[in-house]
Design a protein around this ligand. Structure first.
Ligand SMILES: Cc1cc2nc3c(=O)[nH]c(=O)nc-3n(C[C@H](O)[C@H](O)[C@H](O)COP(=O)(O)OP(=O)(O)OC[C@H]3O[C@@H](n4cnc5c(N)ncnc54)[C@H](O)[C@@H]3O)c2cc1C
Length: 414
């Protein structure tokens, strides 16, 4: 069948879905491209939703993945407010919430993830917020304009960035986290202590080692009761306790799923005509030799196009190293790699000075690296990880030893 007679359907109109649609046209695919999204807005990027957009310093226009005219210009049939409710791999058809059934030749699942919800008493009160969408963010943006006192539940990325933005807007902020330190699971105690101090220095009250027992109030939130029995009075709360990949409609379609849609290195699912990309994809990673699911912007940005190429029959594999960035107050950072476990964290530079790098070493090799207010080093960090070379921790620590001198030139970047 020539490509103009084919229909490719993309479920999920956010970063991964929109970049996949763009790539299909880049590659010269001239069949139908249908892009369905549950949200009202055309595809947008979420990082500004804890940063400049949340603080009222930028507008929606800056967050969109493409100009409005892009979709019509590229003959991408974008439908917003349109949820795909079912997939039937047997007849290769999807069902839309309004009852339409549409056939596909290839299908991409870019359905992302959604916030995990708290189920404690009062979780349904007005004033208990989550943050994933423009709609969520617009409600919180008004809260920041009003000011007052707030509680952040969860000291992960969303919680930490939200706390920073709320402080920047002058609110009184308490962060509650059952871990001894914010971000400790990912970073370990030493780097997590750096972030704790950054927040304390900016006036955030950190209640660590404590979870939420209940929300107080009557329909309207008035306070948060901690596991330790303290009640923190507040005008509103934001819950950031992680996200879960959206299991539907992949599960209902009978695709192999486990913490997301299981895909191979070409992002193909257990059904060879259905692919997955972005937060929902639990993908076989050629470098690591295992499946990993990455919940970060760069992964959605880059996996979408690779999925598009795979849908067109190209022999591609997604093998970029995980990468993410975060901005809190005047602290910008990038993190590359994957280090579920490590033996040692090595610092280059002094965290107390606010500019440093950290490396997570496993069996003497760099598994992950992070640069904080130090720039243009990310390529070297990634090359070090890819080299799988044993590194001398003392040389890694020594800021006068250039990072690229630690690389084995014969294997770096391979
Ligand atoms: C507030 C916030 C700040 C962030 N900041 C950073 C950051 O600083 N750095 C970083 O690296 N990452 C950041 N991230 C993470 C990053 O935004 C995500 O990794 C990225 O959005 C994933 O994109 P995606 O396209 O895979 O999925 P999503 O963005 O989750 O989008 C999936 C879309 O699919 C739609 N959908 C789902 N099911 C269906 C269906 N059945 N039918 C139709 N549509 C459907 C959803 O409504 C949604 O619009 C942040 C995330 C949030 C929420």
């Amino acid at each position: 069948m020539s490509s103009h007679e084919q229909t490719f359907i993309i479920v999920g109109a956010a970063l991964a879905g929109a970049k996949a649609a763009e790539q299909l046209r880049e590659e010269g695919f001239d069949g139908r491209v249908l892009l369905f999204g549950s949200e009202a807005a055309r595809p947008y990027e979420r990082p500004p939703l804890t940063k400049d957009y949340l603080r009222g310093e930028s507008q929606r226009e800056n967050a969109y993945v493409h100009e409005e005219a892009f979709y019509a210009d590229q003959r991408i049939e974008l439908e917003t407010n349109a949820t795909v409710t079912a997939i039937d791999p047997g007849s290769s058809r999807v069902t839309i919430a309004d009852g339409r059934e549409l056939p596909y030749d290839r299908l991409l699942l870019a359905t992302g993830a959604e916030p995990r919800r708290l189920t404690v008493t009062g979780a349904e009160f007005d004033g208990v917020h989550y943050l994933r969408t423009f709609a969520d963010c617009d409600a919180l943006r008004s809260r920041l304009e009003t000011g007052g006192r707030m509680v952040v539940v969860g000291g992960g990325w969303i919680g930490s960035e939200f706390a920073a933005s709320a402080r920047q807007r002058g609110l009184e902020v308490t962060v509650l986290d059952p871990q001894p330190l914010p971000l400790e699971r990912l970073f370990g105690a030493e780097v997590a202590a750096f972030y704790r101090d950054v927040h304390r220095d900016h006036g955030v009250e950190l209640l660590l080692g404590e979870g939420v027992e209940a929300f107080e109030g009557e329909r309207q939130l008035t306070g948060v009761r901690t596991g330790g029995g303290r009640v923190i009075e507040c005008d509103f709360a934001v819950v950031g306790i992680g996200v879960a990949p959206r299991p539907q409609p992949a599960e209902q379609a009978g695709l192999a799923t486990e913490d997301g849609v299981l895909v191979d290195a070409s992002l193909a699912s257990s059904d060879p005509r259905i692919y997955a990309a972005g937060d929902v994809a639990n993908a076989e990673h050629p470098f690591y030799g295992e499946r990993i699911r990455v919940e970060h912007w760069a992964n959605a940005l880059n996996q979408g196009p690779v999925a598009a190429q795979a849908m067109l029959g190209q022999a591609v594999r997604y093998d970029r190293l995980p990468y993410f960035f975060s901005d809190q107050y005047d602290v910008g950072m990038e993190y590359s790699g994957y280090a579920p476990a490590w033996d040692e964290v090595v610092f280059r530079g002094d965290p107390a000075g606010g500019e440093f790098m950290a490396f997570w070493l496993r069996d003497g090799r760099v598994a992950a690296g992070m640069n904080v207010n130090v720039w243009d080093v990310n390529e070297d960090v990634q090359a070090l990880i890819r080299s799988r070379r044993s590194v001398d921790a003392a040389a890694l620590r020594d800021a006068d030893t250039p990072l690229d001198s630690l690389l084995d030139k014969s294997t770096a970047g391979s």
